[in-house]
Design a protein around this ligand. Structure first.
Ligand code: PLP
Length: 408
């Protein structure tokens, strides 16, 4: 009889988006004539930028002739794209990131989930609460979370992000080995200041911890908030950074992201040896990943032209405009709203007497609106719902009118 990975039994059973989909489908069946507006799952709606489309069409043509055909590419990603990323996302900001420290992938979900391959099973892991569920579930699946208790896992330490602490988690009073930070944050839409990020980097250096910094939403930053953890002095010695083209360039369907693993990240082994995370990740990717598609990488390269940049920023501005309209409408109804400035997410305090799920149901049943109950991202998310600004202007406005009628 085969032995099965029973860690899967320890996963939280209620996958948030599956439960939302179930409730929405029940509603739609009962109200087939209603136009249901989704402010729920974080998927983009604007079409790809014209320069990206042109570059991908050209890449398809490359595949049509033997002289320009591309089969398997480099597992780490084509140099034409890694060089652009190093130059425009990092060196132009004064950050010394080399092309060899950049690994292209099919998205940040894969990388934030697969990174567990690099670590042993006995680390103490810090996760913000609320949290992007992938960090938690990927550690549970591979057994790194340890035993499951009623309110958590043996080796996972929750870092609450609450209204009281301004959604900036307190530095732990114990040593955490791995700490996942996501800023701008999903789900709260909030950011950490340079000073707050510096405190985390200093903590990581002092405690020999590693920060796993997810910057999937950096393109939404509108003020002087750092776009990269490497803007903080010392971060190259204690942080891996994940980036995604999904929200930056609308690639949720194309699939492309990248991870920066600095060469400085080296760790002693029990037998007196040393392992370098950059080499380990390269080995991991060459073993289990065969590279992102040539066509998608050519598409991403196009966003590093002046025209491509202008076009993707126009799409991001479109979502920002939704966020602005939504935030001001909700605030005019007396609701407390966080995020929505450096992020496509609004984290909305729900009216007294409601729970995240009861308010979700109210908006679904009375306003035909789909939102995301905050508690689905962790216990500290109770009392909030998350709204996304990824829809059309018309839907965003209508959604606000419907909320106003429901609450008014
Ligand atoms: N990281 C965060 C915080 C996200 O919210 C998402 C997607 O919603 C991802 C990563 C996944 O990005 P990708 O589409 O590149 O897999």
């Amino acid at each position: 009889m085969i032995s099965i990975n029973t860690n899967f039994q320890n996963l939280s059973q209620n996958y948030l988006f599956a439960e939302i989909a179930r409730r929405v489908s029940v509603y739609k069946e009962a109200h087939p004539q209603k136009h249901v507006i989704s402010l729920g799952i974080g998927d983009v709606t604007r079409p790809l930028a014209a320069s990206v489309i042109r570059a991908m069409h050209k890449a398809v043509d490359d595949e049509a002739a033997a002289a320009t055909f591309h089969g398997y590419g480099p597992e780490q990603g084509y140099a034409f794209l890694r060089d652009k990323i190093a130059e425009y996302d990092y060196r132009s900001r004064g950050l010394d990131i080399k092309s060899d420290e950049i690994f292209i992938s099919d998205g940040a979900k894969s990388d934030t989930g697969n990174i567990t391959d690099l670590f042993g099973a006995d680390n103490v892991i810090g996760l913000t609460d609320p949290v992007y569920p992938v960090y938690m579930d990927s550690n549970v699946m591979c057994g790194h979370a340890g035993a499951k208790y009623e309110d958590g896992y043996e080796r996972i330490v929750a870092l609450p992000c609450t209204e009281e602490n301004g959604f900036s988690p307190a530095l732990p009073d114990r040593t955490l080995d791995l700490i996942y930070l996501c800023y701008p944050n999903n789900p709260t839409g909030t950011t950490l200041t340079r000073l707050q990020l510096t405190a985390w980097v200093n903590y990581a250096i002092a405690h020999h911890s590693l920060l796993l910094f997810d910057a999937a939403y950096e393109a939404f930053i509108t003020d002087d908030t750092p776009h990269s953890i490497y803007e903080i002095e010392g971060a190259k010695s204690c942080a891996i950074e994940f980036r995604s083209f999904s929200k930056t360039a609308g690639f949720t369907g194309v699939r492309l992201g990248y991870t920066v693993v600095p060469e400085e990240l080296k760790y002693k082994t029990a037998d007196g040896g040393e392992l370098q995370l950059n080499q380990m990740w390269r080995r991991r990717q060459t073993t289990k990943f065969n590279g992102a598609s040539y066509i998608s990488q050519r598409g991403a390269e196009a966003i590093y032209t002046e025209e491509g940049r202008r076009e993707i920023m126009a799409n991001i501005d479109y979502y920002h405009e939704n966020a602005r309209v939504m935030k001001s409408s909700l605030e005019s109804l007396g609701l407390k709203v966080y995020g929505g400035v450096n992020s496509p997410y609004l984290w909305v305090r729900i009216p007294d007497g409601e729970t995240s799920w009861s308010f979700f149901d109210k908006l679904l049943n009375e306003a035909a609106l789909v939102t995301t109950p905050g508690v689905g991202f962790g216990p500290s998310g109770e009392g909030f719902i998350r709204l996304t600004a990824f829809g059309s202007h018309d839907d965003a406005r209508e959604a606000m009118e419907r909320i106003s009628e429901t609450l008014g």
